[in-house]
Ligand binder design. Structure first.
Ligand code: UDP
Length: 255
């Protein structure tokens, strides 16, 4: 049994990427459709978590919580609660598809990204991981959520396709709040809140080069790619996150 480590009010699962992938594959083999979901907090999510009650509730019911982004990993080390490594959505999906080679026929549904992007991501998956079966994909209009008029149709679309794994790329906190609200109505075995991963799979957005990721500067690359959307957010996060780390450090309790 792995440990759960509390930081910033969030219970993180101390899992490596292979361990997290193995867990999702196990869920996908269960006979019944019980929607367990994964969330992957990065700095921005940690900051939003402090004030967003719906996001807090979604995190509370998540089956797996893993760390996304080097700054959160570094904070865990500084706080003496070392998490074993990053398990970000954008790395998790390729790792899951690679591992599914030993269990061919994994059924996947893609929900999210701008119109047409999920279809292109589905093409990439079928080409690169032919043992994975994409059973459906849909990019809802911007602003889609659990209250949207088309929510029922989206649920029906997913449930009729009977995926093992649902990839949800609606951005945070929307994707986490949506899956939490729909958990009991979704007939999927695992749901993964994976942000911009559908864009990355489709080639719609480019991931940061490896050396920037190694340096923990993936956020800088994302900000420079979408400055209008992200600069304000990252500026706010840059002011709040160090204060959260400091507060946590001062109140540090042994794990
Ligand atoms: N997105 C969506 N519907 C929305 C808002 C966003 O499908 O109402 C998609 C958007 O097209 C992109 C992803 O959500 O594919 C945003 O992912 P990102 O990780 O950038 O999320 P954020 O950092 O904004 O939470």
């Amino acid at each position: 049994m792995h440990k759960r480590l509390k930081m910033f009010g969030i219970d993180f699962d101390a899992l490596t990427m292979p361990e997290a992938v193995a867990k999702v594959l196990l869920w996908s083999e269960e006979p019944d459709y019980r929607c367990r979901y994964l969330v992957t907090p990065n700095v921005d999510h940690v900051v939003k978590f402090q004030t967003d009650q719906a996001l807090r509730a979604a995190y509370r019911d998540a089956a797996m919580v893993t760390v996304d982004g080097k700054p959160v990993l570094w904070a865990s080390r500084l706080l003496g609660k070392s998490l074993p490594g990053l398990v970000a959505g954008s790395d998790f999906c390729p790792a899951l598809f690679d591992a599914a080679k030993t269990k061919p026929g994994l059924r996947v549904f893609l929900l999210g990204a701008a119109e047409g992007v999920a279809v292109r991501a589905a093409e990439t998956i079928s080409r690169r991981w032919p043992w994975v079966t994409v059973v459906g994909c849909y990019s809802p209009p911007m602003g889609f959520n659990a209250q949207s008029a088309e929510n029922r149709q989206v649920l029906d679309m997913i449930n009729q396709a009977k995926p093992d794994v649902l990839l949800i790329g609606l951005g945070a906190p929307k994707q986490e709040i949506w899956v939490h609200a729909m958990q009991d109505q979704l007939q999927v075995k695992a749901a993964l809140c994976i942000g911009a991963t559908i864009d990355f799979l489709a080639g719609e957005k480019m991931r940061a080069p490896k050396f920037l990721r190694t340096l923990g500067l993936e956020w800088l690359h994302r900000m420079l790619s979408e400055p209008k959307r992200l600069a304000g957010r990252y500026w706010h996060d840059a002011k709040v996150f160090p204060r959260l780390v400091l507060r946590e450090f001062i109140n540090k309790t042994p794990t």
